[in-house]
Ligand binder design. Structure first.
Ligand SMILES: Cc1cc2nc3c(=O)[nH]c(=O)nc-3n(C[C@H](O)[C@H](O)[C@H](O)COP(=O)(O)OP(=O)(O)OC[C@H]3O[C@@H](n4cnc5c(N)ncnc54)[C@H](O)[C@@H]3O)c2cc1C
Ligand code: HEM
Length: 404
């Protein structure tokens, strides 16, 4: 337990942290990777270069500082991060390393303003926050390892099939190498894949949402090739497309994540996706069809055009069912798309269209896609009066802020 004085010091330093938050976390990463380069096997280098991870960590540190005497209030945030930590293999022994370098960075950036008293208070606060993460993660490790078909850490999976779904998206069907069963998952969850790439000094870990319904003897992921124009090509996605073939073995974590379809509910469900953000939606759509055939589900997918539109056939087949409606949005349709009427709406999803076409009042909304797409959908739903608790979304990267 922290004493009142320590709590006051922590809370009074929040504005300072807000001012210097990202500078502190940037410095923190420099110091930590300098002393512990082995951690570069776990962290995503591209997120570091773009500052995305720095922002995510800084945001969480502010929140934790604000709620240091009531961490229960940020438990949902802790859980969401803990899912990712568990899928990456973050262990209790990693926490003191982060704590030590965070304090060093605070001292470094704030200089004399960071008195011994402040540093000591932050040391104590970090220990409390770290304990909260460690205990939530311990439960998650336990559950992942002990459920039927579950496992700890990374397990070898063989690529059983590789299916080209569009010009940019390819699916991989993964079966466990040991031929034993695999853990069930909740639609919307993801796995982490750890790759050793020839010529690369470090391992690279990335998350991929499961794109088929649970209950199969394989996991399916559908991966977009991230081709850089100004920036370098995406490391892992390109390697999966070009360097990983049927029969190859991938290291896979047990499924994780809290962006999940609530199948206890019977409310209409609306699944909105942009680009490769359709993967968790496919799993949700297929699950509703399989286990809730009475539940109304609307699938809205936005793509540039038919050439990059993945899994179209699967959605079209399911749209034959009475409870399923689908709409395809293309912002740059090709001549062939036009000739063959391959899309329903040209352009981008708008609030007016959502209002006109969807059952706004009682539906649950799930969405995922590029950040501008997510911002538009989120803002539109809020403006149309959809309550927070019925809006669910996933970021394909460190969590950002949709209201900025
Ligand atoms: C929960 C979750 C679920 C996901 N599900 C899916 C899914 O189902 N399908 C899918 O395809 N993806 C999914 N992703 C995204 C996926 O994890 C990877 O981020 C994606 O495949 C890109 O990885 P990469 O290694 O190819 O690219 P990275 O090498 O990580 O690069 C990412 C981006 O950064 C740019 N970049 C690289 N280096 C630099 C630099 N030095 N400076 C500036 N920019 C740079 C690249 O051009 C690229 O656009 C998901 C992510 C999360 C968090
Ligand atoms: C209390 C301490 C910690 C806090 C507050 C914290 C916070 C976060 C946050 C906010 C994210 C982004 C989650 C998301 O939205 O995707 C994240 C991801 C991550 N964390 Fe932590 N974390 C802590 C401890 C650790 C430790 C001890 C390690 C290991 C040394 C670690 C490694 C990672 C990695 C590798 C990622 C994913 C990074 C990426 O994709 O670039 N974290 N953490």
């Amino acid at each position: 337990m922290l004493n009142q004085k320590t709590i006051e010091i922590i809370k009074s330093t929040v504005p300072v942290l807000e001012k210097h938050g990202e500078t502190i976390t940037t410095r923190f990463y420099q110091l930590m990777f300098g002393n512990h380069p082995e951690l570069l096997n776990i962290f995503n280098h591209a997120n570091q270069k773009q500052g995305r991870q720095q922002k995510a960590l800084a945001g969480t540190v502010y929140a934790a500082a604000m709620y240091i005497d009531n961490l229960e209030a940020i438990l949902p945030v802790v859980k969401q991060i803990a899912h990712k930590h568990r899928s990456l293999g973050i262990k209790p022994e990693h926490y003191p390393i982060v704590g030590k370098h965070l304090l060093l960075a605070i001292k470094d950036v704030l200089g004399e303003a960071a008195t011994d008293e402040i540093i000591d208070a932050w040391g104590q606060a970090y220990a409390v926050i770290a304990d909260a993460f460690i205990s939530v993660e311990a439960e998650m490790y336990d559950e992942a390892a002990n459920k039927q078909g579950g496992w700890d850490g990374f397990r070898n999976f063989v690529v059983d099939r590789k299916v080209v779904e569009s010009d940019v998206i390819t699916s991989f069907y993964l079966m466990p190498k040991d031929n034993r069963g695999i853990a069930d998952f909740i639609p919307g969850q993801y796995i982490s894949i750890k790759l050793e790439i020839v010529g690369e000094k470090y391992t690279h870990i990335r998350q991929y949402s499961l794109s088929d319904a649970p209950g199969k003897d394989y996991y399916r992921i559908s991966v977009k090739r991230e081709a850089g124009t100004v920036n370098p090509d995406g490391m892992v996605s390109n390697y999966l497309h070009d360097g990983v073939n049927v029969g190859d073995v991938l290291k896979v974590s047990a499924p994780a994540g809290d962006f999940v379809l609530d199948t206890e509910k019977n409310t209409p469900v609306v699944l909105l996706s942009g680009g490769v953000g359709l993967t968790p939606m496919m799993s949700m759509l297929k699950t509703v069809v399989e286990i809730q055939p009475e539940r109304s589900v609307t699938f809205v997918h936005a793509a540039a055009n038919g050439n990059v539109h993945a899994l179209r056939g699967e959605v079209e087949d399911l749209s034959e069912l009475e409870n399923v409606t689908s709409y395809f949005y293309y912002d740059s349709p090709t001549e062939e798309d036009r000739r063959n009427n391959r899309f329903d709406v040209e352009g981008y999803v708008t609030r007016e269209w959502l209002k006109e076409k969807l059952s706004i009042k009682d539906a649950d909304f799930y969405f995922c896609g590029p950040v501008p797409f997510m911002k538009t959908v989120n803002r539109s739903l809020l403006e149309l009066g959809v309550k927070d608790g019925r809006i669910h979304f996933e970021f394909f990267g460190p969590k950002g802020n949709l209201e900025e």
